[in-house]
Design a protein around this ligand. Structure first.
Ligand code: LR7
Ligand code: MN
Length: 512
């Protein structure tokens, strides 16, 4: 096997060296059907070897680092799944078996969260029987990923555990740097750099390596550029990057430390919020969270979930997020409720055990977390002229982030009065903010779309003039053009014409 763990059939086979697979026309119908089943291109995945080779994603300095393999703690890899496709699940397993030093890998625990796909039962049982380190644990009922991970954890026998989603590929040398960091300090929880496996072609591409985890006040996880102060603090490019939050699916944690800080909130259901809950808890209760640049693992990012939420997607996620806000965020939870006004007074279950835990561990408050861990975060309390939805009265449509984050185009959608993705802020600095990003226009052509970019507070392309009185247009200062409803799903900028498609109103103007 080559350094990058070459597949069985050589580099010209489909998908080898992380290449993508193109679906020939005669298979497109079949592949579309399979896409619905998993929300990724299973047809492409099925063409690729379970042992495919990957390009080594590490920066040069990483390859020359030496780790004291015999001193590193072992790990148990825990992979939870609900109706995962065979090829992605087993490629995750084999990538771990093929690219982990055997002396460091105690076991792989597959936790079946009540899947009904036939092949994930007896066929999987038979297949796994031939792999000495792999065990299967099955939930009796659907538990969601949070309690499934806890079920797997209860069966784990090593000093550290490593969680992976069921559609990952561990890259060359992924494990040693994670375990090494925990050996240095067991209160550091570590994440690999997460590379992107395309949901369309299964092409493997490196992540840029200069982002870390953050969040917006809707409590969505967000990637953000690593701030200057953090890069200055690090002595070398191979050093861990302190991260305010983790994406959630891929991390290694010391087993006893995981118990000490209270595992997960068992009353969180199915999907979502547990990553922020654990991140806040780690930082507030004396631990640290780092992304380790020398460890790379690929993950198939998909645009939607293929599985059901038995109690409803919105209901489940809202409750999980409320529990995060209520237990950990103190007064800052008001920013969340401003964006989710319908959740005020909405039940979120009993949180007394989690509050007790917070007290027992003598955790710091959220204000400490904000000021010390993520001081650059946008705080919607300062110098606001207007907030709420930004409506184009003629069409009854409102500006909407459409759930997308930085670099996406500013969208527009029927006003729904639920705030959430339609919650905007207009600041005294004349920025328009949605999803905690600023409206930014850097185009010299009219009729182009407006982007959401990180706010730089320097006015420039992010300065927008708006008065409540008279014609309420939003005029872009540098071009002098006006924000226009246009005809598509995204707003554009056009020379001002006083027309109805250029009139805008916020739902709430704050006293100046
Ligand atoms: O009911 C369920 N039971 C399960 O076992 C629902 C899901 N699952 C399994 C599922 O099969 C998968 O293996 O849980 C795992 C995660 O679910 P995904 O892959 O549908 O989630 P995701 O990749 O969209 O979501 C990210 O956020 C989640 C919030 O709850 C989890 O923390 C995921 O682990 C997390 N994934 C990552 O961090 C990978 C990087 C993505 C980013 C950014
Ligand atoms: Mn995933």
């Amino acid at each position: 096997m080559g350094a990058a763990g070459q597949g069985l059939f050589g580099l010209s086979e489909p998908g080898e060296n992380g290449r993508g697979v193109i679906v020939p026309p005669e298979y497109q119908e079949e592949s579309r059907k399979l896409f619905q089943r998993n929300r990724f291109n299973q047809w492409a995945s099925d063409r690729i070897s379970l042992h495919r080779s990957l390009p080594d994603a590490r920066i040069l300095e990483c390859s020359s680092l030496k780790y004291p393999i015999h001193k590193l703690p072992q790990t148990s890899v825990i992979i939870v799944f609900h109706n995962e496709a065979w090829s992605t699940l087993l490629r995750t397993v084999h990538s771990v078996l093929d690219r982990s030093p055997p002396e460091l890998l105690r076991e792989i625990i597959l936790v079946d969260d009540s899947s009904d796909h036939e092949e994930l039962h007896s066929t999987l049982e038979k297949y796994v029987a031939k792999l000495s380190k792999v065990k299967i644990v099955r939930n009796k009922a659907r538990e969601g990923l949070i309690r499934s991970r806890l079920n797997g954890f209860a069966h784990a026998t090593s000093p550290t555990v490593t969680f992976l989603d069921a559609h990952c590929e561990a890259n060359v040398g992924w494990l040693e740097p994670l375990l090494y960091r925990i050996m240095q300090n067991r209160t550091i929880v570590v994440c690999p750099e997460i590379d992107v496996i395309s949901d369309e072609t299964f092409e493997y591409t490196y992540s840029s390596g200069n982002v870390r985890g953050s969040f917006n006040w809707n409590l969505n996880f967000r990637w953000k550029a690593v701030p200057e102060y953090e890069n200055k603090r690090r002595a070398a490019r191979t050093d861990g990057i302190r991260s305010p939050t983790m994406a959630g699916g891929l991390f290694t944690i010391h087993s006893q430390y995981f118990k000490d800080i209270g595992l997960y909130d068992k009353q969180m259901e199915i999907w979502g919020g547990e990553n922020l809950e654990l991140s806040f808890r780690i930082w507030q209760c004396g631990g640290q969270l780092e992304i380790i640049p020398c460890s790379h693992v690929g993950h198939v990012f998909r645009k939607s979930q293929p599985y059901s939420f038995p109690k409803g997607t919105g209901e489940t996620l809202s409750k999980n997020l409320q529990r995060v806000a209520e237990v950990w965020m103190d007064g800052y939870k008001r920013y969340f409720y401003k964006r989710q006004p319908h959740l005020k007074g909405h039940p979120f279950g009993d949180i007394s055990k989690r509050l007790e835990l917070r007290k027992k561990l003598k955790c710091k408050n959220f204000d400490w977390y904000i000021k010390n861990v993520v001081p650059e975060i946008f705080l919607p309390n300062s110098s606001i002229i207007a907030r709420g939805e930004l409506r184009n009265p003629a069409s009854g449509d409102c500006i909407d982030s459409l759930g997308a984050g930085e670099h996406a185009y500013i969208g527009i959608y029927k006003c729904h009065k639920q705030m959430g993705n339609q919650y905007l802020v207009y600041t005294k600095n004349e920025e328009i903010i949605v999803d905690d990003n600023c409206f930014d226009y850097a185009n010299s052509q009219p009729s182009s779309k407006v982007k959401m970019l990180d706010c730089h507070s320097m006015k420039g392309n992010q300065q927008w003039l708006h008065t409540k009185v008279g014609i309420s247009h939003m005029r872009h200062a540098p071009t002098g053009w006006c924000l226009d409803r246009g005809k598509e799903q995204f707003v554009v900028l056009n020379p001002c014409n006083n027309g109805p498609s250029q009139k805008w109103l916020f739902s709430e103007y704050v006293e100046r």
